[in-house]
Write a protein that binds this ligand. Sequence first.
Ligand SMILES: *Cc1c(COP(=O)(O)O)cnc(C)c1O
Length: 423
Amino acid sequence: MNHFQYKNGQLFCEDIAVSDIAKEVGTPFYLYSKATLMRHFEAFDSGFKDVDHLTCFAVKSCSNIGILALFGELGGGADIVSGGELFRALKAGISPQRIIYSGVGKTEEELHYGLESGILLFNVESEQELQRLNRVAGDMGVTAPVAFRVNPDVDPKTHAYISTGLAKNKFGIPINEAFDLYVQAAEMANVEVQGVSCHIGSQLTLIAPFVETLRKLKVLVERLANQGIRIKYLDLGGGVGITYDDETPPHPLEYAEAIKEELSGLDVTLIFEPGRVIVGNAGILVTEVQYTKVNRGGEKEKNFVVVDAGMNDLARPSLYDAYHGIQTVKENNGPRQVVDVVGPICETSDFIAKDREFPMVEQGELLAVLSVGAYGFTMSSNYNTRPRVAEVMVSGRQFAIIRERESLESLIQGETIPKFVEK
Ligand SMILES: *Cc1c(COP(=O)(O)O)cnc(C)c1O
């Protein structure tokens, strides 16, 4: 359930007509519903209210500080994957003691920044990273709190590009090798072993892979305890899927029940890194029809709806062949035709929808691309020198621009025409 619904034939976000916002901010723009964001955060978080836990929102899925701040106020933390995301999370007012740092390629500067900020946990993904972290912490005269991201070799049964927990993926430390690394880390002067972490993939629609992972992690935690290495934090990652089309992902409460059942007596603080399940269906992309056209001459006629949002604004369809629902902003129950909804970018892969049955639309009409709250704006780029679009948040009858549309000037900021003096 979300707060994007038709009222009197007009698409509303909470209590504002989407078309009224478009009039003020222009198109395209990302539009988030504050009530939906809060509701989805609570839906996830409340499932674990009876156990020690911390919900660290995966910043990369939707990183606007206006949104991070909201989750911070609700008691959430942040799961970051770069120094840039650490900067954002801190700017959003999230306590460093609620920030955990994931990612396979942390640089020396990034480790330094994390240590200096006093974050809760580094999810270390290799032996070399462990050694680097130990050295940087030593140079700074501090101790680094460490969890190893283990790769449990569980098939998440999701899209190949977003599966991360298989042995063949680049992520994490193979679970069979992790034990030795823990023992090694326990001997190091400037790291303190505190956790076990994992993240097996994204857009999971089954609970079983999560449960299978937890079983494997429990074996490791118990083995470590026998070795005198106490694990305080068990980080189960993110990955719970959402409905884009006809998927039937578990409800967050079902997920929570399954996890808690499997936990049976393990004395740890649970950490979660959800992204998509919280923000995915809390955002839409509003775009305007520029042209409609029919290309004849092929095997069959093709109808195109050319809109002002392109693959630089929403990459998921071209990148993952992802499905996003599209609705007209003005309710349209008229005749339908099969169309490709495409953007203005000079690439054939620049599409939002292919062979979609859709009402006949006209130039100037507004369309809403659904379920783009996660990996929507954050994956956008300036390709074709297109300013990144505005981000807007609605609360009840009010809206706020939480990121301004980029200006043309900002697009060449930092560029120069060099003046070489020939000798
Ligand atoms: C991307 C990512 C997440 C979030 O995944 P979702 O599928 O959006 O929940 C969590 N943890 C790590 C380490 C990630 O890379």
